[in-house]
Each structure stands twice: as C-alpha cells, then as structure tokens.
Design a protein around this ligand. Structure first.
Ligand code: COA
Length: 306
C-alpha cells in the first residue's frame, strides 16, 4: 500500500509588501535582499486559520472529494490563532469535516514532520484512508517590522494536500531530526517577535539539511542523481543553492516560490509542491525529495516515489 497526493490547494493573503516598500521604512534595498536571500516580495496580514481554511477548501476541490471523505486533519503551524484550542479544530469545523484534528509545531520543518505523521497513521491498521494535511503560517504577525535582519525574510501563506491510500505514492524513507542546543539562535517568545542570529542559522541550516538529505537518500537506497524533483524549504535561495551544490543536485530540479512569498514556514514546502505541480514536474514514478529546517533547530527530509 502507498499514499498518493490527490489534490493540492494554496492560499496567499491579498496584501503584498515589496522590497521597495521595506526600503522606505528601514535601511535596506531591493538589490541587497534579492542578492542575499532571493526574495522580492511577501504576502502579509494573513490569519492562520483563514488561510488554512481557504487552502484546505482548494485542496478538496482539486481532489474532487467532499469534506465527509476526510478522516483526519493535521495542521502544521507555528503561529496558531490562540494558545488553545488548536487552530486545526477551528479549521476542521469551518471546512465541514467530521474527523479528528491536531496541530503540529515543528516550525519550518513542520510539513515534513506532518507528512511523516500522516503517512504513518494511514498505513497503520484501521488508519484513515484520506488525510487533509495543511501548512499555514502568519509569520507577519510575529515579525518585528523594524528589524531588517528578519523582516526581509518572512511572509504569510498556506498550502494543503489531500493524502489518499493508493497503489502509488510510496514513501521510500524519511529522516527527522532536532537539536535543542541550538534553540537560542532562532526563537519567538509568547507575545513577542522573532529573534534570529541570521548568519549562524544560515551555516547550521546548510549543514543540517545536507546531512539530512544524505541520510534520507542512504536509507532509501538511492543516490542524489536519482532525485527528479526537489521541494526545498523556502527560506533563502542561497541556502538552497549551497545545499544543492554540496549534494551535486542541479538547481533546475528545485521548484521555488520564495521570490514572491518569502519564508512562509509550515506552508513553504507545500507551496513549492504546488509550484512543481504547476510546472508539470509531479508525474507518477518520479522521485520527489522534500526537505525542511528551522527553529529548534528541527529538520526533516522525505523521499517519495510519486
Ligand atoms: N539590508 C541591508 N544590509 C543588511 C541587511 C538588510 N536587510 N541585513 C543585514 N545587513 C548588513 C549587516 O549589517 C552587515 O553589515 P556589515 O558587514 O557592515 O556588518 C552585512 O549586511 C552582512 O550581514 P550578514 O548578517 O552577514 O548578512 P548575510 O549574508 O548572512 O545575510 C541573512 C543575512 C539574514 C539574509 C542570512 O544570514 C540568512 O538568510 N540566514 C538564514 C536565516 C533563515 O533562513 N532563517 C529562517 C530559518 S527557517
């Protein structure tokens, strides 16, 4: 038995902040942000539940199924609407679902963790036949808009996938990791804004992702050359380039949205997946690699035969 992705949906809030907008309120420039991060603009003012509901509804529509067909909802978010209830409960009722629902918080590695959790439950005896897996984050709500070290990087968005038991879509391997010793280089306290040591995060991220991808490929028994499609966490194009260079994977295999979204945390990998689908890259049998990393530090890589 395997698990395919039957439908993908996305949602991005209307309001867009460009690099030029930022350069009017802080000491930065479009050239600097594009050169150092590959980001040109980001969506802001999104509410996690609202974006998740819109993306979830779009995924149900793309999959051509009704809410009653979904047997579990998992929401990957680090910006829940409230401390509790879990935002997934609000999303569940708004979408008309009758199933269980829970949030996953592994920050920017959230979607990889959520995918593995969903897959594991679905292949278990009496597990759900269909899961709605959503990544949604309102990073603008925890961004200090006077801090040029972080404000240039983050944005809001959501993307959702309908996962379904099927003959195709086998997960070949996963690698999940965390190192709480690095919690202090990227964190956000309650009722506070993101704090980050950018250069440190950059270095640690390149190392962690490279190692994680090496691990997951080894577990899957395949080489970097066998990977057809890469869906990287959309934090910084230079991190993606550095990792690809170390692994010997051509950048052409990556599918990216960060130029117009920035880092949307839990939504980042599924937004890249939606881009890959739009690019016509997600054909059955192709080897797809997803890899995320972020605060924790936590990271996760998954290899799927689509
Ligand atoms: N605009 C213009 N100049 C800026 C700037 C900005 N937004 N931010 C920093 N600078 C300046 C610095 O003050 C520094 O100036 P100095 O040399 O005079 O001291 C110079 O640019 C270089 O700063 P540095 O921090 O070394 O830049 P960098 O190349 O590391 O890029 C980041 C900064 C934040 C873009 C980069 O470190 C990064 O992306 N890190 C990873 C962050 C991340 O992905 N976080 C999320 C993980 S999920």
């Amino acid at each position: 038995m395997a698990i395919r992705i039957r439908g993908i949906g996305t949602a991005l809030p209307e309001r867009i902040v460009t690099n030029d907008d930022l350069s009017r309120v802080m000491d930065t420039s479009d050239e600097w942000i594009r050169a150092r991060a590959g980001i040109g603009s980001r969506h802001v003012d999104g509410i996690t539940s609202e974006m998740a509901i819109e993306a979830g509804a779009n995924a149900l529509k793309a999959a051509d199924i009704s809410p009653a067909d979904i047997e579990l909802l998992i929401l990957c978010t680090t910006t829940p609407d409230q401390t509790f209830p879990a935002t997934s409960a609000v999303v569940q009722s708004s979408l008309g679902l009758g199933c269980g629902a829970f949030d996953v918080n592994a920050v920017c590695a959230g979607f990889a963790y959520g995918y593995v959790a969903a897959y594991g439950m679905m292949v278990a005896p009496t597990g759900p036949d269909r899961v709605l897996l959503i990544g949604s984050d309102s990073m603008s709500s925890i961004t200090d808009w006077t801090d040029r070290g972080t404000a240039i990087l983050f944005g809001d968005g959501a993307a959702a996938v309908v996962m379904e038991r099927h003959v195709q879509g086998e997960m070949l391997a996963f690698d999940l990791g965390a190192d709480g010793n690095l919690a202090s280089i990227l964190y956000c306290d309650h009722d506070a804004k993101i704090q980050m040591e950018g250069r440190e995060v950059f270095k640690k991220a390149v190392r962690a992702v490279t190692r994680s991808v090496e691990n997951v490929l080894e577990k899957a028994g395949i080489g970097a050359d066998d990977v057809d499609v890469v869906l990287p966490h959309q934090a910084n194009i230079r991190i993606i380039e550095a990792v690809c260079q170390r692994l010997g994977i051509p950048m052409e295999k990556t599918h990216n949205v960060l130029e117009t979204t920035g880092n949307t945390s839990g939504a980042s990998i599924p937004l890249a997946m939606a881009r890959a689908e739009a690019d016509g890259a997600l054909a059955p049998g192709r080897i797809v690699l997803m890899s995320g990393f972020g605060a924790g530090m936590a990271w996760g890589s998954v290899v799927v035969r689509w």
